[in-house]
Design a protein around this ligand. Structure first.
Ligand code: FAD
Length: 324
């Protein structure tokens, strides 16, 4: 799928990937290989994370703008409000806009390392909904600017995504109910769609969607899926997000020594999860890649979601058996 291809012609689930920016983009040939491999699968978009305290502000911008200039990918820039005044956030957004970026994932962000409680900047935005509202305000300002700016702003309007939490946001201690209310507030502020935190059972996602719909949330909610091939990574994800990894999954992966068999088992489990959410009506899948393409692409192959030409040099035996 190319940037110019009309989305309406594509009657199949969306596919997207999350990347994180390396500290030095030029010194990251492996990431670039991953980018090219992911690009060949013709995703709808890729999102690029943004570190706490603006630590990766420059690296996020560097990766997003390079993706925009040198690939056919549609990049979405994550943006947080951590330790930043409204004015600084607005400047960062304007810088992205000047680079041609039109898509953002608006997040509150977590407290910086070593700080447990969320403390908004005294002149800052303190919720993701507030950040969405600020993005929409900047867009309105641009529409009301010079005639040339107004035309550009209308031709390429902003797209704003937000986060959603199938198992409640453990990082904030938020309950599912509070997170659904927060999601509703983000929608009311102007969010276009949501992407979820990781989860390991389809019911968690489908339950969130059902509760969100009852509360009045109408925007699409894209499930965030981690290819479950690496037990050590899963444990790190659990530590970071507080989302518990099922013991059965860890046992399934841990009870085999052969890395290829472990990979196959992990992909099969992820494919089942993807099939479960798609069968339940999910609009697509957003794959957490951890800057590695192998498992992400095997997951798409297994779920029959990979776009583009067949990947060269990948033995079918290395793939999970499609279950769809
Ligand atoms: P908010 O929606 O502002 O919610 C924060 C807390 O306030 C929650 O507990 C919520 O329940 C509560 N709340 C807010 N509004 C209401 C309301 N109206 N009613 C009741 N309760 C309310 N972090 C990064 O630093 N960089 C990244 O790049 C990044 N990418 C992410 C990508 C995805 C897809 C996800 C799911 C998370 C990502 N995060 C990232 C983590 C995210 O910043 C944290 O989880 C953060 O703790 C919450 O962000 P939020 O945008 O959901 O905040």
């Amino acid at each position: 799928r190319r940037r110019s291809e009309p989305a309406a012609a594509l009657d199949r689930p969306t596919v997207s990937f999350e990347l994180f920016p390396p500290r030095d983009l030029d010194a990251a040939p492996r990431l670039w290989r991953t980018v090219r491999e992911l690009e060949a699968a013709e995703p709808d978009f890729v999102s690029v994370t943004y570190g706490a305290s603006g630590r990766t502000r420059e690296t996020t911008r560097a990766l997003v703008t390079r993706l925009l200039r040198e690939t056919t990918l549609n990049p979405i820039a994550h943006l947080t409000c951590v330790g930043t005044s409204r004015e600084e956030v607005a400047t960062i957004v304007e810088e992205f806009l000047d680079e041609g970026v039109r898509s953002f994932l608006a997040l509150r962000g977590d407290p910086p390392a070593g700080q447990t409680d969320w403390q908004p900047h005294p002149d800052g935005v303190d919720t993701a909904a507030g950040l969405v509202a600020l993005l929409r305000e900047i867009e309105r300002r641009r529409c009301a600017g010079s005639p040339a700016q107004a035309v550009r702003a209308r031709v390429r309007p902003l797209s704003v995504a937000v986060a959603a939490f199938p198992r409640g946001n453990h990082a904030t201690g938020g309950t599912r109910e509070q997170d659904v209310q927060a999601l509703l507030a983000k929608q009311e502020a102007g969010a276009d769609f949501a992407i979820t935190q990781v989860f390991f059972d389809a019911e968690a996602y489908l339950g969130l969607v059902a509760e969100a719909r009852r509360a009045g949330v109408t925007i699409p909610i894209v499930p965030g899926i981690i290819p479950t091939t690496d037990p050590a990574r899963l444990e790190r994800v659990q530590e970071l997000t507080g989302v518990p990894v099922p013991r059965t999954l860890l046992d399934l992966l841990g009870s085999v020594d052969d890395p290829a068999e472990r990979h196959r088992r992990g992909i099969r489990a992820s494919v089942d999860l993807v099939n479960g959410v798609l069968d339940g009506g999910a609009p697509g899948v957003h794959v957490y890649t951890f800057n590695r393409h192998e498992a992400a692409l095997d997951l798409l192959e297994g779920a029959d979601l990979r776009g583009g030409p067949p990947a060269p040099g990948r033995a079918p035996a290395d793939r999970a058996a499609p279950t769809r």
